[in-house]
Write a protein that binds this ligand. Structure first.
Ligand SMILES: Cc1cc2nc3c(=O)[nH]c(=O)nc-3n(C[C@H](O)[C@H](O)[C@H](O)COP(=O)(O)OP(=O)(O)OC[C@H]3O[C@@H](n4cnc5c(N)ncnc54)[C@H](O)[C@@H]3O)c2cc1C
Length: 407
């Protein structure tokens, strides 16, 4: 990018998390001049929100494969071949990805976000018109609310002011850009409790996720990366408090009662509260996802609870659709694609957040029946039905290497 263009790129992306980097990559490959600003001091900085591992579904893996990122995403990742759902201890459904029609890959991955991000950064480094600015903290937005906004960031080398045609806010659930743009958002703390603990993979484990819905709440047995198993327990706050007050053996007993098969293994490997992680989740509902030239992407638009593992999946899918819509707008077709994306996407996201809320009540008395709490396997695996054509079109229009398309 020439010096002249440095401060007036086509697109500024705030946030080098998975969503921001994928959008930057897809726009950069279309020949767009993109500047990514990130508060982390360097590419090796802290991993994004989920830390250890995230479960990424076949629909999203298919997008990563088409973007040439599946190899990077697979480094240190572990495969999952399907899932079983249990209601009150009884098997209620069994599913395998290979049995789904049009499943892009016959597995999900428990992957390390850091590996995916490293792969995206390596691809971005190949694009001459994409610039990364590390150690950059959002300071202010100039211009009228709802109009064309400029962005000022503070960097170790001083303040910089950018005048992008579009400003993508991929700066996570507490998005500073969203706030400075004057976009109101409800950020709601989950009323329930989330605890997880990792153990080694037991001998003879069959690579199936098992989701147990019952009076205990929700207990998930799934993979953590290549060689770990993780137990996730989502329950009401009062039930969790009763267990958290006692020794860790009490937690192991609750989990073993739900999954007796794993009882001895859990007792052998979970012996200290330090091995148990507690996470306070939040959901975000922004009043609009586009305001003037500011577009919210990923968690900044719709951060969500980890129940059903959809935060990163939906964020990466958003990045694909929004890169296409922004490119279209830059081609002079107006913001129609951005509005259309929100119209199609928002109802699905809000119903997912509502489902998550039914699984994370403040008290057991508010818990819904098991059948009403389970997500649909096929929709998680293949994505929101209405978004599938948008994803297919966006990836079909994607050039293999740099260069404009459809201009
Ligand atoms: C415990 C846990 C488990 C999860 N499991 C799953 C799962 O299994 N599957 C799944 O799909 N999702 C999962 N998620 C959700 C997933 O991690 C997030 O949805 C995803 O990381 C969102 O990506 P993002 O790029 O939108 O935001 P983020 O990953 O939050 O990235 C935002 C980036 O913006 C930067 N930034 C923030 N503020 C500023 C600023 N002011 N200036 C400059 N830069 C800034 C941050 O440093 C960061 O790099 C889980 C989350 C948690 C907490």
């Amino acid at each position: 990018m020439s010096e002249d263009n440095e401060f007036a790129p086509d697109v500024c992306v705030v946030g080098a998390g998975p969503a921001g980097l994928l959008a930057a990559l897809l726009l950069g490959r279309r020949g767009r001049r993109v500047t990514v600003v990130e508060r982390r001091p360097d590419p090796g900085g802290a991993a994004p929100a989920a830390g250890g591992s995230v479960m990424v579904q076949p629909v999203t893996l298919g997008l990563l494969e088409q973007a040439g990122l599946l190899g990077a995403a697979s480094a240190g990742a572990g495969r999952l071949l399907g899932a079983q759902a249990y209601f009150g201890g009884r098997l209620a459904g069994r599913y395998r990805y290979e049995e789904l029609a049009d499943c892009p890959v016959p597995y999900a991955l428990s992957l390390r976000p850091g590996a995916l991000i490293d792969g995206m950064l390596a691809e971005l480094a190949e694009l001459p018109d994409v610039r990364m600015v590390w150690g950059a903290e959002v300071e202010e937005l100039g211009g009228p609310r709802g109009g064309t906004r400029s962005l000022t960031v503070r960097t170790p080398a001083g303040s910089r002011e950018y005048h992008p045609a579009y400003l993508l806010a991929a700066d996570g659930r507490n998005s500073a850009v969203r706030e400075l743009a004057g976009i109101a958002a409800e950020v709601t703390a989950s009323g329930g409790a989330y605890l997880d603990a990792g153990v080694p993979i037991p001998p003879d484990w069959d690579e199936l996720t098992r989701a147990h819905f019952g009076s205990h709440g929700y207990l998930l047995e799934t993979r953590r990366g290549e060689d770990g198993l993780v137990i996730v327990w989502i329950t009401d706050a009062a039930t969790a408090a009763g267990v958290l007050d006692g020794p860790v053996e009490g937690l192991v007993k609750v989990w073993s009662d739900v999954v007796p098969r794993l009882g001895p293994w859990l007792a052998q490997h979970i012996t200290d509260w330090d091995q148990v992680r507690r996470v306070q989740h939040h959901s975000v509902r922004a009043e609009t996802w586009t305001s003037g030239n500011v577009v919210l992407l990923g968690d900044s638009a719709h951060g969500m609870h980890a129940f059903a593992g959809q935060g990163m999946n939906t964020s990466l899918q958003d990045a694909v659709c929004l890169a296409e819509a922004v490119d279209d707008a830059l081609n002079g077709h107006g913001p129609h694609g951005l509005d259309e994306f929100e119209r199609v996407r928002r109802p699905y996201i809000e119903s997912l957040q509502a489902l998550q809320a039914t699984n994370t009540p403040a008290s057991a008395a508010q818990a819904a029946p098991e059948r009403e709490r389970a997500p649909e396997f096929e929709v998680l695996a293949l994505g929101q039905p209405d978004i599938r054509p948008l994803l297919a079109r966006a990836m079909a229009n994607q050039p293999r290497s740099g260069g404009h398309t459809n201009h």
